[in-house]
Design a protein around this ligand. Sequence first.
Ligand code: MN
Ligand code: MN
Length: 407
Amino acid sequence: MKGQLMKSEAKKIDGAAPSAYGSGGLEGRKNTLRAQKDVSASDPGPKNLTLNRQNPNSNLPPATDHGTVPPIWYSFDLVHRRMQEGGWTHQVTERELPSSKEIAAVQMRITAGSYRELHWHVADEWAYMLAGEARVTVLNPDGTMFIDDVEEGDLWLFPAGYPHSIQGLGDNGCEFLLVFNQGDFSEESTFLLSDWIAHTPPEVLAKNFRLPPESVAKLPTDQLYIFRGNRPESLAADIAEATADARAKSPSYTFKLRSMAPTKKTAMGEARIVDGKNFPVSRKIAAALVTLKPGGLRELHWHPNASEWQYYIQGSGRMTVFNSSEQARTMDFNANDVGFVPAVAGHYVENTGDTDLVFLEMFVAPEFIDFSLNNWIRHMPATLAMDHLGLDSEEIDHIPSAKEIVL
Ligand code: MN
Ligand code: MN
């Protein structure tokens, strides 16, 4: 009896059923909006103001957000940096962002002349140069060698098991993002040349390398991983030396992404798409480099073939992920943050800052594919669209019909 009285009193004050939030519909949204404007939104307890300020869309979420969406945000600025003379590395994997089962990523700094040691690994490696210059080498199974220099905005792809190296060039070396098609990949478990040599009996090394014991004694006995080295010869000289006896030519494992003509360009931004169609060695990893001007919107869309892993290079924005079943989550993203969208989940990205927002969309897929909501609405019979949306034909005609990508 007492409980019923309290319930009806609450109803009188709120003007909405106490269970309105659970509905996820209009009544719940109205209730949340009222709460955000009154004492209900106050927060007299402890808070991390730095995080609060960075995440206005978590602190005061859009009323359309509802339910529990798996984690969609992480940041490279939260993870341990392994430092060694010559640079550092850190990683965001499935261990840090459990939703990301298909992709793990590493960010690495290599100073001028220093190496990421000769190695290989179980996953494919797709990389984007964030700053500076590097020389990369990779060996093909037929013995041909690929060598190239990469700079900011370029990328490379090393297939699983192919041995490779990275060396910092120029005055200040480089920093890059590595994307692996395996969520639980670890940069600590790559196959290092030094590690193998340190764990092979010296007499076997002597036999294999046809070296006397005094030479074998000079070989590394511990992991090198990242270490300082000598600056290389010119690219032309290195290529001439490595390919002097080559009968075949290596395919290209590098790609100039940022300097290629945009795949799509509008008044509000541009998108550059790279996948197996324009970069044939990238058979399993597809990407889009998206630039949104202030106020620009990566339109409402979804990807039918893979989950999406994002890296924010510059600027600030927000993304809402719609994950069916009345579940929607909005979060804010800044440079060096990672975003995640479950496979087929609807999403948009909006530039909320006053500078360009630049980010990468990454997929474990042979091809970049997306469905645009606008494109769908405008390519169905108008009656179908009008009946579903409650709009008249004139209103439907306002909706962009082309797949704009950026609006
Ligand atoms: Mn590697
Ligand atoms: Mn997307």
